[in-house]
Design a protein around this ligand. Structure first.
Ligand code: GRF
Length: 211
């Protein structure tokens, strides 16, 4: 596809969602190309996986900067250099300043391993089990200054099964994440997920099946 949008993926760890996006974008009809992977951790396994896939992948080590805004200025410089249109966070474990988030408003998305607004933050699978929910899942949303609060773009649900451990549940959710994130990014890139009055309209076909 001509004129594909240029996406940067920001990671901190293993990068399995990153790999799912890279894989989806291998298809020439996918509306985005993965032009850059950035990690705040130089030892993130995902950086090596990205390079193996032939994607420019760089570390911007947050520890090398005196302030959050200096770190973000360095990120911004890399994004500008690679002429990035859209930023996809995929297991990126740094909170962004409101200034950075505002600059990328409507152009930065995140995947969260729970059905928001339930279980924002960390340890989502443990909390889902403790709470006794029967349905769990994942959410792709726009990034806004409040953590895990931005408008929801897409969600996928999975069942919680008898005897599940947090590890079992995480694996089931992760399989759903790997399908959901490429589909949600494609919608964003095609301009099919505009935010109107603080929410994204539910699109036909949005109801995703439980595993
Ligand atoms: C995923 O569960 C994602 O939802 C969360 O962090 C995890 C990252 O996993 N934000 P990976 O690095 O994509 O494998």
């Amino acid at each position: 596809m001509k004129g594909r949008k240029r996406v940067a993926i920001l990671i901190s760890g293993r990068g399995s969602n990153m790999s799912a996006l890279i894989e989806a974008a291998r298809n020439p009809s996918y509306p985005a190309e993965i032009a850059l992977v950035l990690s705040n951790r130089p030892d993130a396994p995902g950086l090596f996986r990205a390079r193996e896939a032939g994607i420019p992948a760089e570390a911007v080590d947050h520890k090398a900067f005196g302030s959050r805004s200096d770190f973000e200025a360095a990120l911004e410089a890399r994004l500008e250099e690679h002429v990035i249109d859209i930023v996809a966070l995929a297991g990126f474990m740094r909170l962004m300043t409101a200034a950075f988030v505002d600059r990328w408003a409507g152009r930065m998305i995140n995947i969260h391993p729970a059905l928001l607004p339930a279980f924002p933050g960390l340890a989502t699978h443990e909390r889902a089990l403790e709470t006794g929910v029967r349905i769990h899942g994942c959410t792709v949303h726009y990034v806004t200054p409040g953590m895990d609060e931005g408008p929801i773009i897409a969600q996928a649900a999975v069942p919680v099964l008898t005897g599940d451990s947090a590890v079992d549940l995480a694996a089931r959710v992760l399989r759903a994440e790997h399908k959901l994130y490429p589909a949600a990014l494609a919608r964003v890139v095609r301009g099919e997920a505009p935010v109107v009055s603080g929410r994204v309209e539910i699109a036909p076909g949005d109801l995703l099946q439980c595993e």
